[in-house]
Design a protein around this ligand. Structure first.
Ligand code: KG4
Ligand code: ZN
Length: 355
């Protein structure tokens, strides 16, 4: 019997039981992460090796360096994840890995490593879409959360409003027509000379600023639920240059607060409108930008006023991690969706095909 036939049999047995302990790997960008998650909801261990300090020297992620560092980090992280969970390979039912979207070289390190492990252990292999992983972080944080719900996914590469119709099934409601929200935060942070990664530091600085100090244009888009951040970003950058040329100093905290308000207003208002218009009472946040303090506060406050239940993962599960991959993998595995050893990295894969 071939590997995939044995894997299918094992997956069927797990589906019958309705339980699985999954060892998951995430290496799509600049964090190497390995987790062990039970039944998509309970974290047995979750280890991360961040490369942020290294990439900070270059002002952004250097793909070649990211790949090399993933290769070095994977084996030690595996040992730590098993040790912290108090487990051996015998206890693992399946191996899961992020296969896209992300940096191709970075993805390939995790995919090759996970394939080798799944083959050596003779266990099913589950491929996970990174964005689906972000959404699934909510299942780990909130045992009571079940689809359907509307989810704002905002990260360094994506800004989508989706409706999670059921586990692993999504309808696209809106998305950015240009930059992702995280990308906009990072670019504006650069203008303020905030070092990489700009988003979290700009957020912190904004906490001490006055959000009415500077006037930035409101975000306008043709699609009711779409975002566009490039116009705002350009206006913010140009205004900064003009002020500098006039010899005026920019109050960085006020600047950060005013910019953050413009972005968060658009994210929150459109997400809540999407939920209201689709008759959905439950709203969740996901992705690196979901750790933004103002976004968390405003969505909670405005959502509650509209009678919505608001969910969000703790900040540690918003940015890249492997726990979220293990959660998403469980629901894929329970549908019998496993991969053969020809699984390849797909750097541009979408959450919803063709969208
Ligand atoms: O999801 P993530 O860790 O990686 C991607 O899949 O892209 O998201 C990283 C992005 C970066 O652009 C980062 O600046 C942004 O999320 N980010 C934030 C905050 N924390 C992370 N943006 C605004 N406020 C934050 N607190
Ligand atoms: Zn991410």
């Amino acid at each position: 019997m071939s590997y995939i036939d044995r894997a299918r049999e094992k997956a069927q047995a797990l589906i019958q039981k309705g339980h699985a302990v999954i060892l998951s790997v995430e290496s799509s960008c600049d964090e190497t992460a390995i987790a062990i998650v039970k039944d998509g909801r309970s974290v047995l261990s979750g280890e991360i090796a961040s490369q942020v300090d290294t990439h900070a020297l270059y002002g952004g992620v250097v793909p070649e360096i990211a790949s090399r560092m993933h290769v070095e980090a994977l084996d030690p992280l595996l040992n730590r994840a098993l040790e912290k969970a108090g487990m051996t390979f015998e206890d693992i039912d399946a191996v899961a890995v992020t296969y896209g979207p992300g940096l191709v070289g970075a993805l390939l390190t995790g995919v090759s490593w996970a394939k080798a492990l799944a083959y050596a252990l003779d266990k099913p292999l589950v491929g996970v879409n990174h964005i689906e992983g972000h959404v699934s972080a909510n299942f780990v944080a909130h045992p009571d959360l079940e689809p359907p719900f509307v989810c704002l996914v905002a990260s360094g590469g994506h800004s989508h409003i989706v409706r999670v119709d059921e586990y692993g099934s999504y309808s696209l409601i809106g998305k950015t027509t240009d930059d992702a929200a995280g990308e906009a935060f990072d670019k504006v942070a650069r203008v303020l000379e905030i070092p990489y990664p700009g988003g979290p530091l700009l957020d912190k600085l904004a906490e001490t600023g006055d959000d009415t100090a500077y006037k930035f244009p409101k975000i306008k888009t043709e699609g009711k639920y779409d975002f566009s951040f490039s116009g705002l970003k350009t206006a913010v950058v140009n205004q900064a240059h003009t002020l500098k040329q006039k010899g005026e100093t920019i109050d960085a905290a006020n600047w950060a607060a005013s910019f953050r308000k413009a972005v968060v207003d658009a994210l929150v208002d459109k997400t809540l409108m999407a939920a209201k218009d689709t008759g959905t009472k439950t709203v969740a946040l996901a992705g690196g930008v979901a750790s933004n303090m103002r976004l968390r506060r405003d969505l909670t406050e405005k959502g509650k006023k509209m009678g919505m239940s608001i969910y969000m993962p703790p900040p540690s599960l918003c940015t890249d991690n492997a726990v979220m991959i293990g959660s998403a993998a469980f629901y894929r595995l329970m549908k019998g969706e496993i991969m053969d050893l020809d699984l390849n990295a797909q750097p541009s894969i979408r959450l919803i095909e063709n969208k």
